[in-house]
Design a protein around this ligand. Structure first.
Ligand SMILES: C[S@@+](CC[C@H](N)C(=O)[O-])C[C@H]1O[C@@H](n2cnc3c(N)ncnc32)[C@H](O)[C@@H]1O
Length: 376
């Protein structure tokens, strides 16, 4: 029997009692004693059924309800905790996705900058492939196969050195340096290995380091990027107004205009005995009085014999002790002779300390102690 709600229980009891009483009285009046007793029993059972749920079932139901609501509360708490965790994970995922997106953008920019190098690699590989098919077509005897093999070996090694140096440059300066790749792709540009040596040198020096470059271009930008990180400053001498403007524009484009000054330096007689080739003579006044790193990559050879010779004799008195002097293109006989001339003329103050694939690295003013001076 369904239990009536508490507010209906009392009227139900009253109705049961009245009906029961009426049935008992009627039965007695009719002389039906057994029926009267049955009616009393039935009424009692009905009354019990109405009373017992109110006293026993209701508290039980209340306890069940309480327990259910507590369990519901605990479940709700667990759900809320789960939701917070899910939210945290989603936030983490979002920042990971953002980082991945930024990394992809940086990789795309780096790939764009490496394009000239890759073009160079492609050119070399297709030249190599052409050479190989030539050998196959004409037979080994028709071409100088050992010389060709040696050339191909040089080319493959050069690509390896360029790639490694560019990776080091990206590591030292950050992959975001918005600069053109140095290297052999365009013959007039210092190679990546030389640029790396210069960049490492500038980065290792204290703030305030003074860098001077003869002959501006892509190297000026890389030097400026290193100067930005170490607090150095670069002054580049440029005889060609067109290339001076080009280098300045490239510096601005890369946001490095504040770290390098490109000086218009028309070539004119320098007045060195036995040296007729013009040099950046008119720009001497704007050069710093102290030079810690000197990179000599100009004027171009076409301007006259030993075009770069004046750099050391003219600027020697400005070189600080321990200054670096780097002469590019010493894979050519003319520049290699210049190294010898400079070292011989320096009375031991200029020493060769290393080489890259195309340049010679020298240090000024750190010659070993040569004993007491004559007459001391
Ligand atoms: C050997 S380059 C100097 C290059 C620079 N130091 C570099 O590594 O990027 C010597 C001279 O060539 C000239 N030059 C610059 N850019 C050039 C280009 N794209 N083609 C031909 N000559 C260029 C400039 O007058 C420069 O002073």
């Amino acid at each position: 029997m369904p239990t009536p709600p508490p507010r209906l229980r009392t009227p139900a009891l009253v109705v049961t009692a009245v009906v029961g009483l009426a049935v008992v009285v009627t039965a007695l009046l009719l002389g039906q004693v057994v029926s009267a007793l049955l009616a009393v029993l039935l009424t009692g059972v009905l009354a019990l059924l109405l009373l017992v749920p109110g006293r026993v079932v209701t508290p039980l139901a209340r306890r069940v309800r309480e327990e259910r609501s507590q369990a519901g509360l605990a479940t709700a708490r667990e759900l809320a905790a789960d939701r917070v965790e899910v939210l945290e994970r989603l936030t983490g995922l979002e920042s990971t996705a953002r980082e991945a997106h930024d990394a992809a953008a940086r990789a795309a920019a780096a790939a764009e900058r490496l394009e000239p190098l890759l073009a160079d690699v492609r050119d070399r590989l297709s030249a190599g492939a052409e050479a190989l098919s030539l050998i196959r077509e004409q037979g080994q005897g028709a071409v100088d196969a050992p010389a060709l093999r040696q050339e191909l070996g040089f080319a493959v090694r050069a690509v390896g050195v360029d790639t490694w140096s560019l990776q080091r440059l990206a590591h030292r300066l950050g992959p975001d340096v918005p600069l053109l790749a140095p290297g052999r792709a365009r013959g007039w540009v210092a190679t990546a290995e030389t640029v790396l040596a210069l960049v490492e040198d500038v980065l290792a020096r204290p703030a305030g380091t003074s860098v001077v470059e003869c002959g501006s271009g892509t190297s000026t930008c890389w030097l400026a990027a290193a100067a930005q990180r170490s607090g150095a400053h670069v002054v580049a001498l440029e005889h060609s107004p067109q290339y001076a403007a080009q280098t300045r524009a490239e510096l601005e484009r890369a946001g490095l205009g504040g770290w390098a000054t490109v000086v218009d330096a028309p070539l004119s007689a320098i007045g060195l005995v036995g040296h007729e080739t013009p040099w950046y003579s008119r720009a001497l006044d704007v050069l710093p009085g102290r030079i810690d790193v000197l990179f000599v990559d100009g004027p171009p050879g076409g301007t006259g014999p030993s075009a770069r010779h004046p750099a050391f004799p003219v600027l020697e008195r400005r070189l600080s002790s321990g200054a670096s002097v780097v002469l590019d293109d010493t894979d050519r006989t003319e520049e290699l002779r210049l190294v010898e001339r400079w070292v011989e003329g320096s009375a031991g103050r200029l020493v060769v300390t290393g080489r890259t694939d195309r340049a010679t690295l020298m240090t000024y003013g750190t010659a070993p102690y040569a004993g007491p001076a004559a007459g001391a």
